[in-house]
Structure formats: C-alpha cells, structure tokens
Design a protein around this ligand. Structure first.
Ligand code: SF4
Ligand code: SF4
Length: 75
C-alpha cells in the first residue's frame, strides 16, 4: 500500500491588509493553529497575524475571507 506524505509548505509571507478587513472574524475561527487574532480599536475591529510561526500555509483563512484581505505566499 502507498502512503502519500503531505507536501511540506513553506510560508514566505502572511499578512492582513487592515484597510480591506471588515472584522468578520471568519479567518480567526477558521485557523486551527491559532495564528490569527483580532484587534479592537477606535470603534472598529480587524484581524491581525499574532503567531506567524504557527502558520502551516494551508490557505484556509484566505478562502474564508470575503474581502480578499489576506495575502498568503507559499512555496
Ligand atoms: S494559512 Fe492556515 S495555518 Fe496559516 S493562518 Fe491561514 S488558516 Fe491558519
Ligand atoms: S476573514 Fe477577512 S475580512 Fe474577515 S476578519 Fe479575516 S481578514 Fe478580516
């Protein structure tokens, strides 16, 4: 029987564009590795990258984001 190893993904860049973010928290809920968090400031909220080192580059947060506010670059 063949076993397929999941390909290692290297995260080159993970960032959230604050101005595009509407604070829906979908990305935070989606990330099982607790990479992302929320900032509540000046009567608005937006997502931020809190623990970049934990990111596996799965892309889940980017698929969830309705405003395309997350940039993820992997190799
Ligand atoms: S790419 Fe995956 S592991 Fe990284 S922040 Fe998004 S959901 Fe979390
Ligand atoms: S899913 Fe997108 S719009 Fe929603 S909080 Fe995350 S970055 Fe912001």
């Amino acid at each position: 029987m063949f076993k397929f190893k999941r390909r290692q993904v290297e995260v080159i860049s993970l960032q959230i564009f604050e101005r595009k973010c509407i604070g829906c928290e979908r990305c935070v809920d989606r990330c099982h590795h607790k990479v992302l968090g929320m900032v509540y400031k000046d009567n608005r909220s937006y997502a931020t990258v809190e623990y970049r080192d934990r990111c596996k580059g799965c892309g889940g947060c980017t698929w969830e984001c309705p405003t395309d506010a997350i940039e993820l670059i992997t190799v």
